[in-house]
Design a protein. Sequence first.
Length: 504
Amino acid sequence: MAAVKLMDFDKALELFEPVLGFEVHVELNTETKMFSDAPNPANERNHDAEPNTLIAPVDLGLPGSLPVVNETAVRSSISLGLALGCSIAESCRFARKNYFYPDLGKNYQISQYDEPIAFEGSVEVELEDGTLVTIPIERAHMEEDAGKLTHMGGATGRIQGAEYSLVDYNRAGVPLVEIVTKPIFGAEHRAPEIAKAYVATIRDIVRGLGISEARLERGNLRCDANVSLRPRGQEKLGTRTETKNVNSMRSVERAVRYEIQRQAAILADGGTITQETRHWHEDTGTTSPGRPKSDADDYRYFPEPDLLPVQPPRELVEELRAVLPEQPVARRRRLKADWGFGDIEFQGVVNAGLLDEVEATIAAGTTADAARKWWTGEISRIANEREVDAASLIRPESVAALQQLVDAGTLTDKLARQVLEGVIAGEGTPQQVVDARGLAVVSDDGALIAAIDEALAAQPDVMAKIKDGKVQAAGAVIGAVMKAMKGQADAARVRELILERAAQ
């Protein structure tokens, strides 16, 4: 395959104006699916279920089965619409979206078309330097997810070259809200950063509402990024591409940048852009063609005959509006002030997507600095090694309990890291790991003095140096004691005991 030609990013922006648009799909964490009573795998408790075990006749499209709307999903959708500044429809309806869905048994998707539950809103996102950008929201509509195909026998795991495909219907029927923006103008050189910040803001909103786990690596939150370019001074919009299901903040940023560079190179050479979906490849940082992008007419939408219109009472809408959580921008600014973090420290927490975890750890009884240190340090390191989400490794309460053992002198930082590994391995609470592994700091002065005497006997000249005022010589003894005690001595207390012995 020939290498794709890319234009320098800055050069591309000299010649063309980027126009963005995003479609973000949010899996709701309801107990059951959108239109059936089957358990919902987007709910954390059901995530690891065996294939084709979380299903009901409706999910398989069996003859005679009829959908029933999930009331909790409707309430969650209204809350999300309100958090996005949208108007809530007094009456809305579902539609059938006809398309070849090999992973939807009935071969159509129940979605919303011309009557979404929420419409005409906006959301404010904050960039790393504090710049605020308003993203216009066209609509947020309810729909069901499709199942999952696993392509077998090929070298890449994709359908091309596969010998056969397996269908898992567990995800079929999972409640979704799709948030669609209007075209976003004026992004310019910050287009990739705005893309990342927008998806992060949506994640923070749905987590704040408690309606989704919003974990991109699990597909709870999926972003389709639309990019088009138009020559400087031209009114008409360019042809857009839609990069599908990008599953990390960094990848959203990279995908937008790549598409700007790819499209600019094609247009500058006199070529044309194909309106199509494109696949993002994390390993190469590139996109590849998917299918020609269909327009609404191609889906042959028509009203879903098996479902009545949804007509949320105004009292319900106002009830949900009254309990909306703080907006992400306001929350971040409040937390930064409350925690006393500088720009770099706070941005590190934000970039890692760990605001909720740090906040919960502080609430569980530790300092802001300690919570930040653990989450952005050792826990993130382990998560990166395992290629998992840091929040999946350990609960905030356990991190706070671990730090409390350090504060109490039960553990040194080095021992605490060993305890952390034990907690993550499922060996119990921090205290249980300490007890089981025997990792507590030795606080018996008698044991420490015996180790000091042994170290001094091996280094008879050290004590004389200390008595002559060369206090730094104590370091050699401290190191020997720590080694003898397998790191379970308090180095500061060992130093005190050495200096006491020298003063005698």
